[in-house]
Design a protein around this ligand. Structure first.
Ligand SMILES: [Fe+2]
Length: 309
């Protein structure tokens, strides 16, 4: 689903949430007043009893900041100077990672029982659901919901810094970075006997090839390292909160490219030699069209509202 369609969903969702938030705030005020009235008519004995209890303080609604609002506010700060290839400073990176690592599924309105985490009855590839939270020219926030065996195929993030926080479940991440110190003509020398149809392959090095189970820290990739090309495979139903800075943008040359990956040993290139024990750490990546069986559908984000102040 395109960005415009997702934005439409988001707009509708936000207007509905605004009403709900207002109602909840009114209810909170009512409860506060009720408690105040009760305290004036409490007997001495119960007053003594209440003294022994920890004092409950009701924070005014105006200063309560939801975790997702804190995430949004932090993104605004961390990605204030975002642009293609611009990486936030290390302290900003850590700041955002710390906020992300506090996020729980409930903070974004998720439970594993939601229907988009179930396997479909058809034999088709399980659809992946994207819950759009926010997008501006500096950053985007959204959640990919994968049923068991759902796959987000190998794709890149050109000039971007990306935080991926697994909210629940187990997910296998395989990621690569380009190998930059190879002869410039190496990628063109591919024996015709190979089954690879297209000669334009490029050498990449494996960065990550592991299962991750929540709770775990957010993973971060950068324009030139950290595993800029990655593939997500759901071992169990899982959800991953993605923060991209800057977001994909075709006009600004940041479009999503998909790849096949082939074992290093599948192709032989004269100019490139790798020690035998290192060969499984390299692969050949080849651009491909967006996979036909990739189904990513948009659904409304139903977590706490974000206030864009
Ligand atoms: Fe990605």
């Amino acid at each position: 689903m395109g960005r415009a369609a997702l934005a439409d969903i988001k707009g509708k969702d936000f207007s509905e949430l605004a009403k709900e938030t207002k109602t909840n705030t009114e209810d909170t005020n009512k409860v506060s007043n009720t408690n105040k009235n009760r305290s004036t008519t409490t007997s001495d004995s119960s007053r003594k009893k209440s003294r022994r209890r920890p004092k409950k303080t009701t924070m005014p609604a105006a200063v309560m900041v939801s975790p997702v609002q804190r995430l949004f506010d932090t993104c605004k700060d961390v990605f204030a100077l975002a642009g293609t290839g611009i990486v936030p400073t290390p302290d900003k990176i850590e700041q955002l990672r710390a906020v992300l690592d506090q996020i729980q599924p409930a903070d974004v309105g998720l439970t594993p029982q939601m229907p988009f985490f179930s396997l479909p009855v058809t034999r088709r590839a399980p659809p992946i659901t994207y819950l759009h939270i926010h997008e501006c020219e500096k950053f985007s926030m959204g959640i990919f919901c994968l049923p068991p065996s759902g796959v987000l195929p190998l794709h890149n993030h050109p000039g971007m810094t990306v935080f991926s926080k697994l909210l629940f479940g187990t997910m296998h991440i395989k990621s690569y970075d380009w190998v930059v110190d190879v002869p410039s003509n190496a990628s063109a020398v591919v024996p015709p006997s190979q089954t690879v149809q297209h000669p334009e392959v490029r050498l990449a090095k494996v960065k990550v090839d592991s299962d991750f189970t929540a709770p775990c820290n957010a993973s971060i990739l950068y324009p030139a390292d950290g595993g800029n090309m990655h593939c997500f495979t759901a071992v169990t139903a899982c959800a991953v909160l993605d923060v991209l800075g800057p977001p994909y943008s075709d006009p600004e040359g940041r479009h999503c490219t998909y790849y096949f990956d082939y074992p290093f040993t599948k192709l032989s290139v004269d100019e490139i030699t790798v020690a035998e024990e290192e060969k499984d750490k390299y692969a050949w990546l080849q651009e491909r069209e967006k996979p036909e069986d990739l189904a990513v559908v948009g659904a409304p984000y139903t977590g706490p509202e974000i206030v864009e102040n």
